[in-house]
Ligand binder design. Structure first.
Ligand code: G3P
Length: 223
């Protein structure tokens, strides 16, 4: 399973990289706009500090221009995957990028039909929007679960990358579904860490140890 961070905030990427769980970083136009720098600089800066792919979305709506942007992204860093919206033009762009051997996948995905088209196109990944499906009154996690089952049935190699994850409850349900990959905001990843019982347990052990000092001081380690 791969876990990506959905941000272009370099401080948060650096901070959360220390946990040792990140497989790459995903961005989208809204995230890059927030970074207040050029698209190219945003992608380059993230790529410099990330061990793994950086996902960068095309801005254009027409296939020709999407392909042109995706090609250019390849020049910005060593491991860039183009995110192509799952529109009519987007699928055409995906097909052309596949022919050129440029890594690209389908994003802003809301239906199983779109996910099947992406897989048939040998897309690198497909990104269903879990939170936004829920916002629309649908079952986001359930939709991803059905996609995963269909991908497994056919042996599709496209990575099912669940996006728009709003909380850890959704994340856990996606893990239970055996999803290939998830991308989440720094907040949702941070929320994976704490548990009140962990804090309580640690405090209890600290109290039990009392003032005996470090295990590496002379009383604990004579070497
Ligand atoms: O990066 C795409 C996706 O994660 C967007 O999430 O919260 O804007 O629906 P959200």
């Amino acid at each position: 399973m791969r876990l990506y961070l959905d941000t272009a905030d370099l401080g948060q990427i650096r901070e959360l990289s220390r946990l040792g769980v990140l497989d790459g970083v995903t961005t989208n136009p809204a995230i890059v706009a927030d970074a207040e720098k050029s698209y190219r600089n945003a992608v380059e800066d993230v790529a410099e500090i990330v061990d793994g792919p950086v996902f960068a979305q095309v801005i254009a709506a027409a296939a020709d221009e999407m392909v042109r942007e995706a090609r250019r992204y390849q020049e910005w860093a060593a491991d860039v995957v183009a995110k192509i919206p799952a529109t009519r033009e987007g699928f055409e762009a995906l097909s052309r990028l596949r022919t050129e051997g440029i890594p690209a996948g389908a994003t802003v995905v809301f239906s199983i039909e779109q996910a099947v088209l992406a897989a048939k196109n040998d897309a690198t990944f497909v990104a269903p929007y879990v939170g936004r499906l829920d916002d629309a009154g649908e079952d986001g996690v359930g939709t991803v679960r059905r996609m995963q089952e269909i991908y497994d049935t056919y042996g599709f190699e496209t990575e099912l990358l669940a996006a728009s994850i709003r909380n850890t409850t959704q994340a856990v349900a996606l893990y239970e579904a055996g999803v290939d990959a998830v991308t989440m905001s720094p907040d949702v990843l941070e929320a994976h860490v704490p548990h009140p019982k962990t804090d309580e347990g640690v405090a209890g052990f600290e109290a039990a140890w009392g003032d005996r000092g470090s295990p590496l001081d002379e009383r604990g380690d004579s070497s």
